[in-house]
Ligand binder design. Structure first.
Ligand SMILES: Nc1ncnc2c1ncn2[C@@H]1O[C@H](COP(=O)(O)OP(=O)(O)OP(=O)(O)O)[C@@H](O)[C@H]1O
Ligand SMILES: [Mg+2]
Length: 565
């Protein structure tokens, strides 16, 4: 045995002899009182814990009973989508059992995510993931929960009319069975239920179309395939339409959406629901751009608490027995190319980031407008269109060679002359631009007449032809969005009033056929103008020009001081 492991003698407590008499302590009165009080406190705490546990279990029981009563009430009012299992049925009084038990249940949620989606209580829920998981079907069934209430107003949206037709067809199979007497009025594209409740099925394509819902109120709003929207604008706007004056519905205001991974809007859905927290758990809603949580305002009794909660419920094909039964659909999804297979079979959102500039962040690249120093060189770039929009961008180059896009003109159906007038008007108070660049195809001539570029130049708006190399242009935007290691700031910033540039940088998707380029089918006029601007050699010239100007100014100053002229 080594010295280190040998037991140490004379250390620790000496062991008592087994037959030693018990030691007695004499405590002071104060100490006795303190110990007694502590014991009483401990006992009281134990009793309180017991009572809290009992209260909690009674509360749970009461909530269950409440749910059951709610279900039975709905069933008695004729709702055939509410499932009452045999265990629950046996606890009801016999006449109620007879009425409720003889109903034909027309919709029973699939166990798992679909069931969770249909019973989720958060204000805003995304049910997203694999194809065929039962998402659209669940979205159709969800608003039926409140159709026994005469004040229920539901709004179910898809991006285009064709896609909406498919949903309407499915609703025709489900709704009249769930609520006998429910009628679909074609002219208004609305389901009317016997209670007076309504669900409006409509489409919403462009951002500006949201004005159709101005002044309207809905207590349930749903969008099927929400990633078809390039930005969160529509979803954010619809939140302002979510309200009800009915006390029951006020407690049940819901926004529900479904999606497959990817798509033009995959980037913001990922940011809003998927990357933000644990899946299948509620999390406080926040602004998708700034990441700041929405909180109850100052002065409200809930001041500082989350305004509402969101939740993401992942969908899996394996949860839908209706499509899994013969394995055909699964086999078909397995045969897809890897990326599509991962997205549609495995519901993988990470391979679905369709945005061409995922590094673009409003918090970092978008700034409030400010007065630009007049000695920052100005540049102007444009993409011309008549039926499709023309976009003209103005930029300024600072002393560190960073570009600030400070103005945007985004107009449709203007001839070359009219556009030239608008440009001159906008530039009235600007220093003269040092460099101007226009889509080089504007020099193309179809006959003997002047080209678009020539026409504008005749009106006093000068241009040079752009470099149209798409891949290089995209790379240049990436380079400018990245931080400059000298300043830790990006080399490109956009004023917030240039809304189309901001929108397109945030949302323009990658091409499906060429991952080096953006999707040319997406709206890209501001993107193209920006590309032309950044592909000029102006930024290099500007830096030299600025240095020369600085030297010139110093020379003038010295001359002035020395010779007085
Ligand atoms: N609870 C259910 N009861 C009966 N049928 C169901 C149920 N859930 C899903 N289905 C059936 O499964 C089919 C596929 O479901 P659904 O169209 O909702 O899938 P999805 O997740 O929206 O697919 P995609 O991602 O392709 O849009 C539906 O057409 C429907 O017939
Ligand atoms: Mg679907």
């Amino acid at each position: 045995m080594t010295e280190a492991t040998a037991p140490k003698r004379g250390r620790g407590r000496p062991k008592k002899a087994p037959d030693a008499p018990k030691q007695r302590y004499f405590l002071s009165r104060a100490e006795q009182a303190r110990r007694q009080t502590q014991k009483r406190l401990r006992d009281a705490k134990k009793r309180a814990e017991k009572v809290t546990k009992v209260a909690e279990s009674k509360r749970r029981y009461a909530r269950k009973l409440e749910e059951k009563v709610g279900k039975v009430e709905k069933a008695l009012k004729g709702d055939t989508t509410t499932v009452i299992d045999t265990g629950e049925l046996s606890t009801l009084p016999p006449p109620v059992q007879e009425l409720v038990g003889n109903r034909e249940v027309v919709f029973q949620p699939n166990e798992g995510p679909q069931e969770e989606f249909l019973s989720s209580s958060e204000r805003d829920v995304l049910y997203g993931g694999a194809a065929g998981g039962g998402k659209s079907f669940a979205l159709l069934a969800d608003p039926l929960r409140y159709c026994t209430n005469p004040n229920h107003r539901g709004l179910l949206l898809r991006r285009t009319l064709d896609e909406l037709t498919e949903l309407i067809d499915k609703s025709r199979q489900l709704y009249p069975k769930a609520f006998p007497g429910a009628k679909f009025r074609e002219s208004k594209s609305t389901w009317h239920f016997p209670s007076g409740a309504t669900i409006w099925f409509t489409y919403l394509d462009k951002d500006k179309d949201v004005t159709r819902f101005q002044g309207q109120a809905f207590n349930w709003i749903g969008i099927d395939e929400i990633t078809q929207y390039p930005t969160p604008y529509v979803w954010d706007y619809l939140r302002s339409r979510l309200r009800s004056t009915d006390p029951e519905l006020q407690q049940n205001l819901y926004m529900r959406c479904t999606a497959n991974p990817g798509g033009i809007g995959g980037w913001w859905i990922k940011k809003m629901y998927i990357d933000i927290g644990e899946h299948n758990k509620p999390f406080p809603a926040s602004d998708v751009e700034t990441g700041k949580p929405f909180l109850w305002p100052q002065g409200h009794e809930k001041e500082g608490q989350p305004l509402f909660y969101r939740r993401f419920i992942p969908a899996r094909l394996t949860d839908n027995p209706f499509l899994m039964a013969d394995g055909q659909y699964e086999a078909m999804l397995r045969s897809l190319p890897e990326i599509e297979r991962k997205r549609l079979l495995e519901g993988d959102w990470d391979v679905a980031d369709g945005a061409a500039f995922p590094e673009f962040s409003r918090a970092k690249h978008v700034v409030e407008s400010f007065d630009l120093p007049t000695n920052w060189p100005r540049i102007r770039a444009a993409d011309y269109g008549y039926a499709s929009p023309s976009c003209v961008l103005w930029g300024a180059i600072d002393w560190d060679n960073n570009i600030w896009i400070y103005r945007e003109l985004y107009v449709k159906q203007l001839t070359a002359e009219q556009l030239a007038d608008r440009i001159l008007e906008a530039e009235q108070l600007d220093p003269l631009p040092h460099y101007t660049v226009l889509d080089s195809s504007c020099w193309n001539k179809t006959g003997f007449g002047p080209s678009i570029a020539e026409t504008m130049m005749r009106c006093g708006v000068r241009w040079t032809p752009s470099d149209r190399n798409r891949i290089q242009g995209k790379m240049e935007i990436h380079r400018r969005l990245a931080d400059d290691p000298r300043t830790n700031e990006p080399r490109l910033r956009v004023f917030s009033n240039c809304s189309n540039t901001v929108k397109q940088l945030a949302a323009i998707p990658l091409s499906k056929t060429n991952s080096e380029d953006v999707d040319t089918k997406a709206e890209d006029h501001a993107y193209d103008a920006l590309r032309y601007m950044l592909m000029t050699r102006m930024t290099g010239y500007a830096a030299i020009h600025q240095t020369l100007n600085g030297i010139k100014n110093q020379v003038y100053q010295v001359q002035n001081e020395t010779f007085g002229y």
